[in-house]
Ligand binder design. Structure first.
Ligand code: HEC
Length: 116
């Protein structure tokens, strides 16, 4: 085996190792966000994200609701709370900005993609 093939082989291992790590890392983040939602949010938003009319939680599975809210709005509502028809408590002290982003990305947005 010459030096070039050896180096190419090393490079291949390095790249595939990184891809694998990135992939499992993402799955882990998604799972952690779902667990977080079930623990901290589902009692008000429902495990299925559809909300409860009695306490004015929105239906996250409604495509119209999804397109009328930006990620920044949702992150701000989770961090600072929102007082509209209902009362969404602030989670800034309890969750890191990273956890909040993961909740929006993997969980809240995820409800839109599920078939009904
Ligand atoms: C005590 C009940 C309660 C809990 C717990 C709760 N929420 Fe809410 N949430 C609400 C209510 C009520 C609203 C609707 C507020 C309004 O617009 O009147 C809301 C609204 C929202 C919105 C929409 C904000 C917008 O801009 O319209 C998002 C996103 C959200 N919640 C995410 C979460 C996440 C993520 C968690 C868990 C970390 C969580 N909520 C926990 C009650 C709750």
């Amino acid at each position: 085996m010459n030096v070039k093939t050896l180096m190419a082989g090393c490079l291949f291992f390095l790249v595939s190792g990184c891809l694998f790590a990135a992939h499992t890392g993402k799955n882990h983040a998604a799972r952690a966000a779902h667990e977080q939602f079930m623990e901290t949010c589902s009692m008000c938003h429902g495990a299925n994200g559809k909300g409860f009319p009695a306490i004015h939680t929105p239906n996250f599975t409604d495509p119209k609701w999804q397109t009328s809210h930006t990620d920044a709005q949702l992150e701000a509502a989770i961090a600072h709370g929102k007082l509209g028809a209902g009362r969404m408590p602030p989670f800034q002290g309890q969750l890191t900005p990273r956890q909040i982003k993961a909740l929006v990305h993997f969980v809240i947005r995820g409800f839109a993609k599920k078939p009904k």
